[in-house]
Design a protein. Structure first.
Ligand code: NAP
Length: 411
């Protein structure tokens, strides 16, 4: 492993490239990683051993990942006084696929979330969160095994666009005055103002990605989640653009719910339906098995991803990725849990499963399968880190490093 601030690639690896929209993956790809803040280093040290073991066993030594450390977060701040060096962003752009642990969001000082910045500058427009149950994981519902969904959350627009003004600021007052004078809409003078842009471009490319995924992975249902009954020209438009993509670009592969009411048969096609955001939160609890792939605007997706993950045992077991047309960036879904930093106790499963997702993205299914199967077996054996062990009778509590050992020995 090498740690670098310039873009000198590790000499023993080869960069992943693109041919159109197809990744060309050598047998020894360079994959940049950011270990993350707080418990990030504990998690990374355990995860990388699991990744290397899985690749080695899956391909009998014929393939291996050449890891390339990039700086971000507290480590970068400490070493070079920058939270997110531009070299790090450029390296992710160059190498196409990367993985990271959690990063601290610096509080105050006008510094934006590093995670949000990375998504925006690299145009990683889809946050992809598969949520499934690993048998034996303590979960708060009676049938956690009914959950098996993949959420595609729009990542660049909506109230996350970062266009907002503080109450009483010149900008907020200017917008309030403009709305009253030119648009005839009155807003209280003591209001903060945020803007919620949702575009046809942003919505359609997200739904397109979700539909391609559903087709490639033989998923049966795509649900558009929106609050279009209230926000007609943003969330309602998201729904309309979603149906437009489905029926104009995927006509032979989809049936809309309305068409099905009029007698159209699914016959192996994808059923495209839509649900109002509030109703979807009760539906995933009461009719879990009816849902499959979701496409959602940014804020709905943020809430829905965590709610689904909670239903199967929590964010510690949930992988995630931010994907654009060229780049896939895989990441922990939980935060830095700083009180456990350096204690070798934290649950590394989110990063480990994100790594499995990354291997699928590379077309290295055999390595991904080994990781997921071995992790599932370890959980079934009730060998767990503290967070899950404390919820289960008869569990063996393992350290982070021991949990990685157990997964490797289960491969
Ligand atoms: P957090 O780091 O997720 O931790 C909250 C609590 O969740 C922990 O104290 C722990 O609970 C549990 N937890 C989280 N991850 C765990 C794991 N891997 N294994 C076991 N338990 C785990 O949330 P936070 O304290 O709100 O955020 C801390 C920092 O992380 C903030 O700076 C935040 O901005 C950042 N953050 C980063 C990301 C990201 O990089 N993707 C995401 C979210 C937050 P117990 O105390 O009950 O054991």
């Amino acid at each position: 492993m090498s740690s670098n601030l310039d873009l000198t690639p590790p000499a023993d690896g080869v960069a992943i490239t693109l041919d159109g929209d197809r990744l060309i993956v050598p047998d020894n790809p360079i994959v940049p990683f950011i270990e993350g803040d707080g418990t990030g280093p504990d998690i990374w040290q355990a995860s990388v051993r699991v990744f290397d073991a899985a690749v080695s066993k899956a391909f009998d030594g014929a393939r291996r990942v050449v890891w390339f450390e990039l700086l971000a977060g507290e480590k970068a701040k400490g070493l070079i006084d920058e939270w997110l060096p531009k070299e790090t962003v450029e390296a992710v752009r160059t190498y196409k696929v990367a993985i990271k642990g959690p990063l601290t969001t610096p509080v105050g000082g006008g510094i934006r979330s590093l995670n949000v910045t990375l998504r925006q500058v690299l145009d990683l427009y889809a946050c992809v969160r598969p949520v499934r149950y690993f048998e034996g994981t303590p979960a708060p519902v009676r049938h956690p095994e009914r959950m098996n969904v993949v959420i595609f959350r729009e990542n660049t627009e909506d109230v996350y666009a970062g266009i907002e003004w503080e109450c009483g600021s010149d900008e907020a007052l200017k917008v309030i005055e403009f709305l009253e004078r030119d648009m005839g809409r009155k807003i209280r003078a003591d209001s903060g103002i945020g803007i919620k842009p949702i575009s046809a471009t942003g919505s359609k490319r997200l739904v397109r990605m979700a539909l391609r995924y559903a087709l490639a992975n033989r998923r049966g249902v795509l649900t558009l989640v929106h609050k279009g009954n209230i926000m007609k020209f943003t969330e309602g438009a998201f729904r309309d653009w979603g149906y437009e993509v489905a029926t104009e670009e995927f006509r032979d592969s989809v049936v809309t719910e309305e068409e099905s009411w009029n007698g159209a048969k699914c016959d192996g096609k994808i059923l495209v339906n839509d649900r109002i955001a509030d109703s979807v939160f009760q539906q995933i609890l009461t009719r879990t098995a009816d849902y499959d792939v979701f496409a959602t605007p940014n804020l709905n997706g943020d809430y829905l991803s965590d709610a689904c993950a909670a239903q199967v045992g929590g964010l510690e077991m949930a992988p995630g990725a931010n994907i654009g047309d060229e780049i896939g960036f895989f990441e922990a879904t939980h935060g830095t849990a700083p009180k456990y930093a350096g204690k070798d106790v934290i649950n590394p499963s989110s990063v480990i499963l994100s790594g499995a997702m990354m291997f699928r993205h590379l077309g290295w299914q055999e390595a991904a399968d080994r990781i997921e199967t071995a992790l599932a077996r370890t959980v079934q054996q009730k060998k767990l880190t503290y967070d899950l062990a404390r919820q289960m009778d008869g569990a063996t509590k393992l350290r982070t490093s021991e949990f990685a050992d157990a997964i490797i020995s289960n491969m």
